[in-house]
Design a protein around this ligand. Structure first.
Ligand code: ATP
Length: 277
């Protein structure tokens, strides 16, 4: 279901996120070529290609079942965890093919973190939720190092001030919005290059959603962020580029302003004006 529909051109410039600066060489973090995904016999994604710039937010939009999450999961090999799923094509993260024979998917998932629709903290303390990844990946040399990583990650996720007096409290005892920021802190703690977000606000109220959107805007200074959202106003607010998918095809990808104000394809126009979804 589409949450909002908006007329092309109805977005004023203060609502839309600023476009990427032009005239500068673009630094692509992710490059996908001819990516097709099958679940058993069924093909869910058809030869999709895209270049995703670093230090920016790319939004994936499109009607339910069009393949947004399937494509997102290709970027950190999460589809490997689905027995029937098969991925064809090439995906480079920072120039390296993440489906290469020598590549460990666990390492890929540390480089390419993921935040899910429903906040999913571990049943551990707030501190341990964030410390777990750096510890298993050997990123801290000492206890002091680990504490510093935890504090910095919580600060970057905009959560530290709210939890600093209860770091030994259960992560699952936080509000939904706080849990989602804890999951973002957990993703950041292993110093990823990319953060994938699959409808990160769909279980949150408007205030918690606004906080996550602010956080996304801050994080993009340092990360490549790819977000799947059904909420087109959210896509317009947080992203610099938007890709529209339909029935397993990437129909159109461009600056977010262009997609919402002047889409090239009629299917994009029909979708963003709420004619289907
Ligand atoms: N684990 C799975 N096993 C079999 N088919 C799947 C699986 N996951 C997704 N699919 C199918 O693949 C297609 C794309 O699904 P996907 O979840 O990627 O779409 P989506 O655009 O993210 O949808 P939504 O917006 O509803 O989350 C759909 O037809 C879906 O039914």
């Amino acid at each position: 279901m589409v949450d909002f529909s908006i007329e092309p051109g109805a977005l004023n410039s203060s609502l839309a996120a600023p476009a990427l600066p032009t005239g500068q060489p673009v630094d692509y973090k992710i490059t996908a070529r001819n990516v097709s995904v099958f679940y058993g016999e069924k093909q869910a994604l058809f030869s999709v290609g895209i270049d995703i710039p670093d230090r920016s937010v790319m939004a994936f939009i499109g009607p339910s079942g069009c393949g947004k999450s399937t494509f997102l999961r290709c970027f950190n090999r999460m589809n490997d965890t689905i027995a029937s799923a098969r991925v064809k094509g090439e995906i480079l993260v920072q120039g390296k093919n993440i489906y290469g024979p020598d590549v460990d998917p666990v390492q890929v998932r540390a480089r390419v973190g993921m935040v899910f629709q429903k906040p999913n903290p571990f049943p551990k303390t707030i501190f341990e939720n964030v410390a777990y990844g750096p510890r298993i990946h050997g990123l801290a040399k000492s206890k002091g190092d680990l504490e510093e990583i935890v504090v910095k990650s919580l600060q970057r996720a905009g959560l530290f001030n709210e939890v600093k007096d209860r770091l030994d409290g259960e992560g699952t005892g936080l509000s939904g919005g706080q849990q989602q920021r804890l999951c973002i802190a957990r993703a950041i703690a292993v110093s990823p290059e990319v953060i994938l977000m699959d409808e990160p606000c769909s279980a949150l109220d408007p205030i918690a959603t606004a906080k996550i959107e602010e956080l996304i805007d801050e994080l993009r200074e340092n990360y490549c962020i790819v977000i799947v959202t059904h909420n087109m106003q959210q896509a317009a607010r947080v992203s610099q580029r938007t890709a529209f998918f339909h029935l397993g095809y990437l129909v159109e990808e461009d600056t977010t302003d262009q997609i919402f104000m002047n889409p090239k394809d009629k299917r994009t126009q029909d979708y963003i004006t709420g004619r289907f979804g």
